[in-house]
Design a protein around this ligand. Structure first.
Ligand code: MSP
Length: 512
């Protein structure tokens, strides 16, 4: 069986998870489910990044032991992912002993090879980004990434010689157009390589920042948080533990990340892997950011922060997942507005998909004793509908492999709307009076479209898909091929799955 390994970034545990965390994790989960639908053995890991100054300071502020502080936040992350219907295979924690042992073994290997060396260091550290910058990198003395202040650090430190692998990596990139998605990001990475890579500082002096994995060759230092965190992707899939699993999954890996951590994943990570002698992941997928109303960065002070918990509580996980996967053009920034959320739900789920689910199943239950009629009568019109459906359907799987999620969802919605139009044009509610066979054939085609579009949407709305399965008495033919619905099998009437959200203030009784 073909394999696929998908990863999310591991999240800092310095506060409660937010929309950004929910989004990357849902995205990864949806792709895992698409791969499974297409016959892959697909697994995903997510987890938390527990070391580093940021977490250390957050715990200190709460006057808590750092480990106890991390432990206390884990349920917030696992709880949110559960609410988002994320089916991860492993929840990775960087404070696990086996990870720490592997990080130390990797460090020792690179040290022995001469890829890690000690030197004087002077640089500016941005704690929120956990990243070192030179004076030249800064914008008016502030972090070029997040715009916040940095701290000058002067200490002896250990460095990883990234430049040693820059040439090999540049050559690799020149031969692999599909390594980084979206493709335009590759130029950004080449631009960084062209400027030349400086050695990467990979340690922190323990007496200043003790919260990290001790360097195996110098106990006065702990490992820089990114050097530790990035290795979760290989450590979570059996590196140095289950070599067979590692060898079969790692080369299929897709590291999914947000655009703010491109440098770490597209420069640090590939050069680290090359130094270790490991293959690179198959692809790195970089998504954009969710912005608040008006296209502004979400922030508490602007009052435009979207709380995923609250939306799921009110409108359900499927509508939330549908919106974030459908509305954001993958790779670009998107604006999270409640108005667009309501529109997507009401037009596409409640109206288009909801109507399709109801009509076909209700007529079959009422007029055919709840048994799927056989498509015995064919008209040119029905053939044309099936042909068009099959044409659009055949393009969806390739779109997913290309990460064209929006186009794939556009096409799924096209199938749904096309079937609704077919029903309206054929009017089976009239046909039942004078051409029962043709009516049965039209309803077969419509229910077959329900089955296939339901399967295609299952990675996006997994919870609602379980309810869609009830129409098929709990078991649905799994083939993504038109005509596999078995005639004669019994079905149930659909219950309303996507009630319309009332947004008219006069009807909801709310003042705005
Ligand atoms: N710990 C590092 C990742 C280490 S991976 C080896 C980290 N953690 S994070 O918690 O700060 O962020 C994790 C992810 O959330 C990033 O991919 C980031 O892009 C994403 N998001 C944070 N805010 C976001 C939005 N507003 N919108 C979409 N995603 C954003 O970085």
């Amino acid at each position: 069986m073909k394999k696929k390994y998908l990863t999310t970034p591991i999240y800092y545990v310095n506060g409660k998870p937010h929309l950004g965390h929910a989004y990357t994790t849902i995205l990864c989960d949806a792709f895992k489910r698409f791969y499974k639908l297409f016959g892959y053995q697909a697994i995903m890991i997510t987890g938390v990044d527990e070391h580093g100054q940021k977490v250390y300071e957050a715990a200190a502020e709460k006057k808590m032991d750092t480990q106890a502080y991390c432990d206390s936040l884990i349920p917030d992350f696992t709880g949110l992912f559960e609410k988002c219907d994320v089916d991860y295979d492993m929840f990775f924690r960087t404070t696990d002993t086996s990870h720490k042992i592997k990080v130390q073994a990797i460090l020792q290997k690179l040290y022995d090879k001469g890829d890690i060396f000690k030197d004087d260091y002077e640089g500016n550290y941005c704690t929120p980004c956990e990243t070192f910058f030179t004076e030249k990198d800064l914008n008016d003395g502030r972090c070029p990434e997040c715009g916040r202040g940095t701290t000058l650090i002067k200490e002896q430190n250990y460095f990883f010689d990234m430049a040693k692998y820059a040439g090999e990596y540049e050559k690799f990139l020149s031969e692999r157009d599909d390594f980084i998605y979206p493709r335009f990001r590759k130029n950004e990475v080449l631009g960084i390589l062209k400027k030349g890579l400086r050695p990467l500082c990979i340690s922190r002096k323990k007496e200043k920042m003790p919260w990290g994995i001790e360097l195996p060759f110098d106990k006065d230092f702990v490992t820089y948080v990114w050097f530790d965190a990035l290795t979760n992707y290989i450590n979570g899939i059996g590196y140095m533990e289950d070599e067979e699993k590692f060898a079969s999954y790692w080369p299929t890996a897709v590291n999914m990340i947000g655009k703010d951590i491109l440098l770490h994943h597209c420069i640090y990570w590939p050069t680290m892997l090359m130094a270790m002698g490991n293959p690179l992941p198959k692809e790195i997928l970089i998504h954009g950011w969710w912005m608040g109303e008006g296209g502004k960065k979400m922030s508490k002070s602007l009052g435009n922060v979207i709380d995923p918990d609250e939306i799921i509580e009110k409108y359900g996980s499927s509508s939330f997942r549908f919106f974030v996967l459908r509305d954001m053009s993958l790779g670009h920034d998107g604006i999270f507005s409640m108005e667009s959320f309501f529109k997507r739900h009401n037009v596409e789920l409640a109206n288009d998909f909801g109507n399709l689910l109801n009509r076909a199943s209700h007529m079959i239950v009422k007029n055919f004793d709840g048994k799927v009629p056989a498509p015995v009568k064919k008209t040119e019109f029905c053939d044309a509908f099936v042909n068009d459906f099959v044409n659009v359907l055949s393009g969806i799987e390739p779109l997913i492999y290309e990460y064209e999620l929006n186009k794939a969802l556009d096409d799924i919605m096209k199938l749904i709307r096309g079937t609704n139009k077919y029903m309206e044009d054929c009017a089976p509610w009239k046909l039942i009076k004078n051409d029962r066979e043709l009516c049965g054939s039209v309803l077969y085609n419509a229910l077959e479209a329900v089955r296939i579009t339901g399967l295609l949407l299952s990675p996006v709305i997994p919870k609602k898909f379980e309810e869609i399965k009830n129409i098929f008495k709990g078991s649905i033919e799994p083939e993504l091929e038109f005509g596999k619905l078995v005639p004669g099998r019994e079905i149930n009437k659909a219950v309303p799955l996507f009630p319309k959200i009332e947004t008219d203030p006069k009807k909801t009784g709310k003042s705005n």
